[in-house]
Design a protein around this ligand. Structure first.
Ligand SMILES: C[S@@+](CC[C@H](N)C(=O)[O-])C[C@H]1O[C@@H](n2cnc3c(N)ncnc32)[C@H](O)[C@@H]1O
Length: 287
């Protein structure tokens, strides 16, 4: 079988199984099976595929055809230009979460007289957010938590791979439970689970059957984790500290209202993406 024939076979298989962008998926899976880049694959189109490469391709294409996310099969996902390892232990980091990183960087740049800011990320998953901040800010002290010990194993590996493991402490626990009163941070940020329980079933199979439910389920109204963390966070912020949260596309008003009602924060601000969708809510502690 030539490389071109293998590519056409994989494309047809994925098309028949309803995979979106079957050609691109086929290219990436074949390149992975042959340990080549996509560009190298195209130079080799007339060449032969070895038997073990064909078998590997068949396995990968079957997984993709049955709905497993491409990123889990390939084993990685780019976020903030960093190549992160991902598998079924962690949520695949989404491009919209880069807005949270942008906002965090702008807050950190404006924290007056802080040469070595301290930042806490709750629910780090693959480590995407904490690792991006550690790469961008020369002097920073980060703590990244997760309730899932499995996720923390992946996050630690990613931090090591990205060369920032000395800047991030990883801690297992439920929101702020691992921290003592008096342990305070300049910025606490999170992309918590925020899908209402009743909407989980309606999610695409790729998400609901493969990504960790603990990373998705936000309780009855999708706001349970926000409610808990907003009530806990004020005691863990330094003077003039910031809270920064990613939100679901319809949650800006509810989350802002929760922050307002809590009473310790100045008026929260929502940040929209380029399509005008509110993605992030930020609030500073009252003086
Ligand atoms: C939406 S995912 C975000 C992952 C990663 N920060 C990102 O943006 O790609 C939410 C993460 O929060 C973790 N999580 C859920 N409930 C938690 C809790 N009560 N305390 C700490 N982490 C929690 C999940 O395991 C998951 O890794």
């Amino acid at each position: 079988m030539t490389v071109l024939e293998a590519l056409n076979w994989a494309t047809d298989y994925l098309k028949d199984h309803g995979t979106e962008n079957p050609r691109l998926n086929a290219e990436l899976l074949l390149a992975c099976s042959m340990r080549l880049s996509k560009e190298e694959l195209y130079i080799r189109l007339p060449g032969q595929v070895r038997e073990e490469e064909r078998k590997t391709l068949e396995g990968l294409v079957q997984r993709r055809g049955s709905g497993e996310p491409l990123q889990y099969i390939l084993g990685h996902q780019e976020f903030w230009s960093i190549d992160l390892k991902v598998d079924s232990r962690v949520l695949i980091p989404r491009p919209e979460t880069e807005h949270l990183v942008e906002e965090a960087l702008s807050i950190l740049a404006n924290i007056s007289s802080k040469k070595n800011p301290s930042v806490l990320e709750l629910g780090t998953g693959s480590g995407a957010i904490a690792i991006s901040l550690a790469k961008e800010v020369k002097k920073i002290f980060l703590v990244a938590t997760d309730l899932s010990g499995d996720a923390l194993i992946v996050a630690r590996e990613n931090a090591t791979q990205a060369g920032v493991s000395d800047k991030i402490g990883f801690v297992k626990g439920d929101l702020l439970q691992p921290f003592h009163q008096g342990e305070t941070f300049d910025l606490i940020l999170s992309n918590p689970p925020y899908i209402p329980d009743s909407e989980i079933n309606g999610l695409a199979g790729e998400i609901k059957n493969h990504e960790p439910l603990i990373a998705l389920q936000g309780g009855k109204d999708g706001l349970e984790v926000y409610r808990k963390l907003i009530s806990q966070i004020p005691s863990y912020l330094k003077r003039e500290g910031w809270l920064l949260l990613e939100i679901g596309s319809t949650q800006a008003d509810s989350v802002s209202e929760m922050i307002g009602t809590e009473g310790h924060f100045q008026k929260p601000e929502c940040v929209k993406d380029l399509a005008g969708i509110e993605r992030v809510v930020k609030a500073k502690l009252k003086e």
